[in-house]
Ligand binder design. Structure first.
Ligand SMILES: Nc1nc2c(ncn2[C@@H]2O[C@H](COP(=O)(O)OP(=O)(O)O)[C@@H](O)[C@H]2O)c(=O)[nH]1
Ligand SMILES: [Mg+2]
Length: 427
């Protein structure tokens, strides 16, 4: 009886021990094969912040931060030469290959993103950059030029350069491009600001907004950092992009002879530009040689050029030719307007200034409407009409929010001028 129970206890100990040993071996080997945590590419970037050694002067009041060139480059992709990539900075991992590939092998245009911003705009511009990178630039690695009337602080530089897949450059605007020129009567300008404040005209009492509009109208393309490029894509804080952009819009511009493009057009607030058209007419009389033969007067005016109908392209998004902006035609146009003083005596926006220039100095065929770039800047949205396009491009905009065919939009007028087919349900 005792011997039988001892044998049972012994059997019990052997069986339990074997089970425990098997469990230990089994669970131990499984644990060893678990993939290591994969460091996020952006963390890898943040660890390689720009250093003073990498900063180099690019002219008076200008500096830029160079991203470190990765030690190992993909030999098949020459386009990597300008940019540090997440894949080359990240340690080897078991992450799927798709996370670390996808850079477009094709040639690039000589182009850059450009953003005017204050240090305080950092988080709003970070959101914009993230979307531009996710929807487009992570595959193309174009550079990004940041401009400011004050020096960019380290926080701004570090956050933005960690997000940009190309090289981020930071420049300060020369004081003569951000101050009241000597031919402006400052008392008169002050009275205008006070009057506009009373009339509650948006940004009517702001001097800095006027500097911003004048800078975007006539000076951003003159900045030393912009001299290296042929095309620009302007990006503002707090924008959204709703669809993938698989084809390179810069190359599209270049290969199709396009000089200026838009996604949203609308009517300007008339009280901000009462005499802008008079100035434009004066320019046209003084510089007939600059007026394009096949221009877009039909888009700008309903009476053959006598008056302005307030239609303009919304310049917070634009992809354009820097060569055109630097041309005699554009520079003469801006200087002529600037002498008339409306940036300070009224509140001329850079959107109607660029649009009137594009409308009279360029041929129609040099303009382009980027339907596939689905875009939001407060408070308007452009969402492509075509359902199949929205699905193909993985869009997340609600087509009901599309502003194109609203009565305050000028896109319908643009379509008519260009002989383009409007959607069936639009008159
Ligand atoms: N550096 C700098 N950038 C400015 C200033 N004011 C506006 N901006 C930038 O100019 C652009 C237009 O300004 P925003 O406030 O978006 O004007 P809105 O879109 O017309 O309402 C944005 O990219 C701003 O970050 C300024 O005083 N200094
Ligand atoms: Mg804005």
């Amino acid at each position: 009886m005792l011997a039988g129970s001892n044998a049972r206890i012994l059997r019990y100990i052997v069986v339990t021990g074997t089970i425990l040993m098997l469990f230990y071996l089994f669970s131990g080997s499984r644990y060893d094969t678990l993939p290591r945590p994969v460091p996020a590419p952006d963390n890898a970037r943040a660890a390689s912040q720009p250093s003073p050694q990498n900063a180099a002067a690019a002219g008076v009041n200008v500096d830029f931060t160079q991203k470190p060139i990765p030690a190992e480059r993909d030999p098949q992709d020459a386009s990597f030469s300008k940019s540090a990539t997440a894949s080359s900075n990240a340690p080897a991992s078991n992450a799927p290959a798709s996370m670390h590939s996808g850079v477009d092998p094709g040639p690039r245009a000589n182009a850059t993103f450009v953003t005017l911003a204050r240090n305080a705009d950092v988080w709003d511009i970070a959101r914009s950059i993230r979307q531009v990178e996710d929807r487009f630039n992570r595959r193309f690695n174009y550079d990004w030029v940041f401009l400011n009337n004050k020096p960019f602080d380290d926080n701004f530089r570090n956050i933005t350069s960690a997000l940009v897949s190309g090289t981020a450059h930071f420049g300060q605007i020369p004081i003569e491009h951000w101050s009241v020129p000597e031919w402006i009567d400052e008392d008169k300008a002050k009275k205008v600001r006070e009057d506009m404040k009373e009339r509650k005209i948006i940004y009517g009492d702001s001097t800095s907004y006027r500097h911003m509009c004048r800078f975007e109208s006539g000076f951003f393309f003159q900045h030393p950092l912009m001299q290296n490029y042929d095309f620009y894509w302007r990006v503002e804080p707090s924008i959204e992009l709703f669809c993938d952009i698989p084809k390179d819009p810069f190359r599209f511009m270049k290969e199709n002879g396009k000089k200026y493009s838009f996604t949203i057009s609308l009517l300007e607030y008339v009280d901000t530009i009462p005499t802008l058209w008079d100035s434009a007419v004066k320019f046209m009389e003084n510089y007939p040689q600059h007026i394009a033969a096949d221009n877009s007067m039909e888009f700008l005016s309903d009476d053959g050029g006598q008056t302005y109908n307030m239609c303009h392209f919304w310049s917070n998004f634009e992809i354009g030719s820097l060569e055109w902006m630097r041309s005699d035609a554009y520079v003469d146009f801006f200087n002529s307007l600037d002498q008339d003083g409306g940036f300070f005596y009224e509140r001329w926006g850079d959107a109607p200034v660029h649009s009137i220039a594009a409308g009279i100095l360029l041929n129609k065929t040099e303009l382009h409407f980027f339907d596939e770039i689905a875009y939001f800047h407060m408070p308007f949205t452009h969402c492509p009409n075509n359902e199949q396009s929205r699905i193909d491009l993985k869009c997340h905009c609600n087509p009901k929010d599309n502003f194109d065919w609203s009565r305050y939009s000028c896109t319908s007028r643009y379509f008519e001028m260009m002989g383009m087919q409007k959607p069936d349900d639009v008159d």
